[in-house]
Design a protein around this ligand. Structure first.
Ligand code: AHM
Ligand code: MG
Length: 329
């Protein structure tokens, strides 16, 4: 008979982070702890997301959420979850969130890192039970440890990110991140409450069958984008658009493809936010062998000036992004 005890159990996120800490010589383990805190908040949001459709029923059963507060909108709730977890965790001295105008000082003045994040992206999909996600970006602070964080901590530029990633609340919940040594993916096991390493080295195919954009904006797109999209159709590629950035990005990462949020007549810089959407996903895609461009250069080379500034985004398989750029010439 087979010795089932000899089967490997799998690598948990915690163990993986610890192993990598040793491998890459992270000095003190603070970044590792920060990543674990983000994963913990992700588990809490996973639970909230999976109960979202029941919230009114739970209310009528006389139950409250953990803090005894009234049920909030899910994106507001997620914002609170991440801020509380990172504040309690101690490693982040400040947080920039899509949900807040100004940066949030956590009071952890000894913390060496700052986190920019979109706690729950894909707002139009929240109420209709379609995949949504969290996106995060981490910098080592440039301000003095012991005092408050400053604007400059968040405006260092995409190449200064020390880690970035996302959590996809999809048919499975997954956490995908990079610290600049490739991209790894973890899948959440509900009953055990653990993320397990499921995708040790994620790379994007050099090309692929998918283009993803909101074609409703067609008449507002620049001519070079329309020319490129017509080419995609002539080649009988597949159009796939969830309308949740994390979901569209994640699918294209595996199938190969390109995601486009071009400038439009109304919005010269597109819709997506540079600091907590485009920078982290650009860092990840370069680590996975892909490309992220604004139409005027690599996303990661764009100099940030504002917390909530936008930029166009063309991201995905290197050959498709290159073909799009050749249309701009
Ligand atoms: P949000 O931050 O308000 O949720 O907006 C971001 C979302 C992305 O997830 C998605 O890719 C995009 O907006 C969709 O925009 P559009 O409806 O214009 O296609
Ligand atoms: Mg968003």
């Amino acid at each position: 008979t087979e010795n089932t005890l000899a089967q490997p159990v799998g690598t948990t996120l915690d163990r993986y982070i610890m192993r990598k800490q040793a491998e890459f010589g992270f000095a003190t383990g603070e970044l590792s702890q920060l990543l674990r805190d983000l994963a913990l908040a992700g588990k809490i949001v996973h639970r909230d997301v999976n109960r979202a459709g029941l919230s009114s029923i739970i209310g009528s059963m006389g139950q409250h959420n953990v803090q005894g507060e009234q049920q909030q909108r899910l994106d507001v709730e997620a914002n609170i979850r991440f801020i509380r977890t990172l504040t309690n965790g101690g490693e982040a001295c400040a947080i920039l969130s899509e949900e807040e105008d100004d940066l949030i000082q956590t009071g952890n003045v000894q913390g060496k890192y700052v986190v920019a994040m979109d706690p729950l992206d894909g707002s139009s999909n929240i109420d209709v039970n379609v995949s949504i996600g969290t996106i995060f970006s981490i910098y080592r602070r440039v301000s003095a440890v012991g005092g408050p964080a400053t604007r400059a901590d968040f405006l260092q530029g995409g190449r200064a990110q020390v880690a970035a990633g996302y959590i996809l609340y999809g048919s499975s919940t997954m956490l995908v991140y990079t610290t600049g040594h490739g991209v790894a993916g973890f899948t959440y096991e509900n009953s055990l409450g653990e993320f397990f390493l499921s995708h040790p080295r994620i790379t994007i195919p050099a090309t692929g069958p998918v283009f993803s954009c909101n074609e409703g904006h067609w008449f507002d797109y620049p001519q070079y984008v329309r020319d490129f999209l017509l080419q995609c159709k002539q080649q009988r590629m597949s159009g796939r658009y969830v309308g949740s950035l994390v979901a569209d990005y994640h699918r294209n990462l595996f199938t190969g493809g390109i995601y486009l949020y071009p400038p439009t007549a109304k919005n010269a810089a597109g819709k997506l936010r540079l600091l907590y959407e485009n920078f982290p996903l650009a860092f990840l895609i370069e680590q996975a062998g892909g490309r992220a461009e604004t139409g005027e250069g690599p996303v990661l080379d764009l100099e940030p000036v504002d917390f909530h500034q936008r930029s166009p985004l063309f991201i995905g398989s290197p050959e498709l992004v290159a073909r799009l750029l050749s249309e701009t010439a």
